[in-house]
Design a protein around this ligand. Structure first.
Ligand code: ATP
Ligand code: MG
Length: 391
């Protein structure tokens, strides 16, 4: 039996005049993600998109990819059958057998866009319900809270049969929320932060600071692996790797130890902002969460943000570690994040970082450094690479 995918669009349907743009971006994203799986015809109708495979296109893999496209709240597989009650009744039971055998209760919903179809919607529902009760005697009808809702849709040329929907990735289509630069380390938090922003439609550029020889080639590869994972949702990402060793050595030598991390973070923000502007990004994104470490207290964050002209988004700011870890499991970044390679921050961690720094103290500490020259040197050493999502 021929199957299609039916994708239900998310909150973008509420966006009034922007809806068309949202839908166009989403269609483009779907086409791009399905590339390489064969030919599909996409049809947008009301708040859904039908994905119809042509020839031997791979629908299983298409379903797996669709589950990671932002802008789709839920999706289901549907069987395409003929436009007669005979064919509908013949196919519905066998097609939904696995799901119906698991269920205890069900209901049938019928929709009919072709009003010339001889039965109206309640009549279609009644006939299908009766047939399913015959074929699956253990089932009961429950119209309020059924285990499975069987939907029969009679359209222009075909009728479609489907059972329960699977959850989609939610959010809004990547490309509708502007562009931002994510400061990415090899840790648990920043990849999750990147995913959170992509979920809100943001296209990402990534900035990573490497400190060879203190950090290894493997640590950099880890960041690329993380971005490829996030890229399953976010699409392709351009990564900038910036050399940070000289800056860190200077800080280590010339600044008070309790301010190391903060001075370092201010350099990261300055450099990332420069890359961001150059790449057409309007914001920075970090994986910080309030109070998680000394550099993430409110006072420390205020000192960090003082060097930034662009808004800094911290989507994890109110999350607990456990919540962040749960997301990282769900999106597949967890096993990569816990690989044991040193990050530039772990290499130079002070013993007693100041948790209540003042801007005055930090600026004083920085006077010992040639901030501009160090920044230019760091930016001049930037290497860019395009990281493709893992699909
Ligand atoms: P993560 O798990 O993302 O590393 P963290 O809790 O370890 O976060 P920090 O190491 O203090 O926190 O870093 C805070 C934020 O600074 C990170 O979430 C990330 O956005 C950014 N950051 C840290 N190290 C780097 C790096 N080497 N390159 C780019 N950004 C970094
Ligand atoms: Mg870190």
């Amino acid at each position: 039996m021929k199957e299609i995918l039916l994708l239900k669009l998310g909150e973008m349907v509420l966006k009034g005049l922007n809806r068309r743009t949202f839908e166009e971006v989403l269609l483009k994203n779907i086409r791009r993600r399905l590339r390489g799986l064969g030919e599909f015809t996409l049809t947008a109708a009301q708040s859904a998109i039908a994905v119809e495979p042509q020839g031997d296109a791979d629908l299983d893999e298409a379903a797996a990819r669709v589950a990671k496209i932002f802008g789709i709240v839920s999706f289901s597989r549907a069987a395409q059958t003929g436009k007669s009650m005979e064919e509908i009744l013949r196919d519905v039971g066998p097609y939904l057998r696995a799901e119906l055998e698991e269920a205890r209760t069900f209901k049938v919903e019928a929709k009919r866009s072709d009003k010339r179809f001889p039965l109206n919607s309640p009549q279609i529902s009644a006939a299908v319900g009766a047939r399913l009760l015959e074929e699956f005697p253990h089932l009961r009808v429950d119209v309020h809270r059924p285990d499975v809702t069987v939907t029969v849709e009679v359209r222009d040329r075909h009728a479609f049969l489907r059972g329960g929907a699977l959850p989609g990735a939610g959010g809004v289509p990547v490309g509708t929320g502007g562009r931002a630069a994510i400061l990415i380390s090899g840790g648990l938090d920043s990849p999750v932060a990147a995913w959170c922003m992509a979920k809100r439609g943001v296209e990402l550029t990534a900035v990573h600071f490497a400190s060879p020889p203190y950090t290894s080639e493997r640590a950099e590869q880890k960041v690329k692996d993380l971005l490829a994972k996030v890229g399953e949702y976010a699409g392709w990402v351009r990564l900038f790797v910036l050399p940070f060793t000289h800056i860190q050595e200077e800080i280590l030598e010339k600044c008070p130890e309790d301010l190391f991390t903060l001075v370092m973070r201010r350099f990261m923000m300055r450099a990332a902002e420069r890359i961001a502007r150059q790449e057409g990004c309007d914001a920075l994104v970090t994986g910080e969460s309030l109070g998680q470490v000394a550099s993430q207290t409110m006072k420390a964050i205020a000192c960090t943000d003082a060097v930034c002209g662009a808004p800094v988004f911290r989507p994890l700011i109110g999350m607990d570690k456990a919540e962040i870890v749960a997301i990282s499991h769900r999106i597949g970044t967890y096993p990569i994040s816990i690989e044991p390679y040193e990050d530039c921050c772990t290499v130079f961690t002070p013993r007693h970082p100041r948790t209540r720094p003042t801007l005055q103290l930090v600026e004083e500490a920085e006077r010992a450094l040639d901030v501009d020259a160090l920044l230019e040197e760091c930016l001049a050493g930037a290497r860019a690479e395009r990281i493709k999502g893992e699909f």
